[in-house]
Design a protein around this ligand. Structure first.
Ligand code: DHB
Ligand code: FE
Length: 286
């Protein structure tokens, strides 16, 4: 039976990839950011996940404005990374878990999510950088991934309520996954940021900290916001928060906070990190 060990949510700014490539972790600009990760790495080393279900966003690498799925689930044995134009090194293909992907897709469709299924899908910095932060070094990350891309690019966007329901459905899938695997649920993106327009550089620390608190004990509180509320409160790209909401919803019940970090700014973004241990990690096959 699958064991859902918990969740890690993190920002995914491309500049992190450049900082890793240049070894800038101790640089005064980067240190307060990178110092957030060792406690999370230690927890992951103990929790030993085999699989990471990753709620993230595609920023134009695999999907563009001409054809934008609201929710797309990878169902491949591996996912290729490619140059997105940020000038950061690309990484070797990331291993997938196609069997679990199809099980997740079955549950999502049963729960009336009409998802796009992708047997070939490129993954961008939103998926590769969190893995590099959690499992640094030369080798491949020690997990297989189930990538779930959520549209945060082209309006209309899904609502936080819908993101929560998506996460709950994935949680149901994990609870009935009859395989001896340990699963961590990852949410990437956020927190508040806006990269363009009149509010470029916008950051809302009180809102971010409220969300990070709510995600621990009262995540449903965040479902009262509309997608446009999130744009207003967290900036146009702050809607990436939706991936954190989905990841938390996949855990369901009570969680314990393992670690959190918040540092402003990294590039144009309020960089957040939150690791949650599942208080009832053993899933029960239905
Ligand atoms: C930045 C943040 C993002 O979430 C992203 O996808 C790209 C760039 C930034 O702050 O530079
Ligand atoms: Fe992003």
């Amino acid at each position: 039976m699958a064991t859902v060990v918990g969740s890690v949510m993190t920002s995914h700014v491309p500049a992190i990839g450049r900082a890793i490539a240049k070894g800038l972790q101790q640089d005064p600009y980067w240190k307060p950011f990178f110092d957030g990760y060792p406690p999370v790495r230690r927890w992951l080393a103990q929790a030993k996940p085999d699989v990471a279900v990753v709620f993230y966003q595609d920023h134009g690498l695999n999907f563009f404005l001409d054809a934008m799925p609201t929710f797309a689930v990878g169902a491949a044995a591996e996912y290729v990374n490619a140059d997105e134009g940020w000038g950061i090194p690309t990484v070797a293909p990331i291993r997938g878990d196609a069997s679990l992907s199809w099980h997740v897709i079955e549950q999502l469709v049963a729960d009336e999510f009409d998802v796009t299924t992708c047997q070939r899908m490129k993954v961008d910095h939103a998926l590769t950088l969190p893995l590099a932060l959690f499992w640094p070094g030369e080798g491949p990350p020690p997990v297989r991934v189930v990538p779930i891309a959520m549209n945060h690019v082209q309006h209309p966007l899904p609502s936080p309520k819908r993101a929560y329901a998506l996460g709950e459905s994935v949680g149901r899938a994990l609870a009935t996954w009859d395989a001896d695997v340990r699963v961590v649920v990852v949410g990437t993106g956020g927190l508040s940021h806006q990269l363009d327009g009149q509010r470029a550089g916008f950051i809302n620390k009180p809102f971010d900290l409220m969300c990070m608190d709510a995600l621990v004990d009262e995540p449903r509180k965040l479902t009262k916001y509309s997608a446009l509320d999130i744009v207003r409160e967290a900036g146009a790209q702050g809607t990436e928060l939706m991936a954190w909401i989905a990841a938390r919803a996949a855990l369901g019940g009570r969680v314990s906070k393992v670690h959190s970090n918040y540092h402003v700014p990294i590039s144009n973004t309020a960089a957040g990190l939150l690791a949650l241990a599942n208080d009832a990690p053993l899933s029960r096959a239905a």
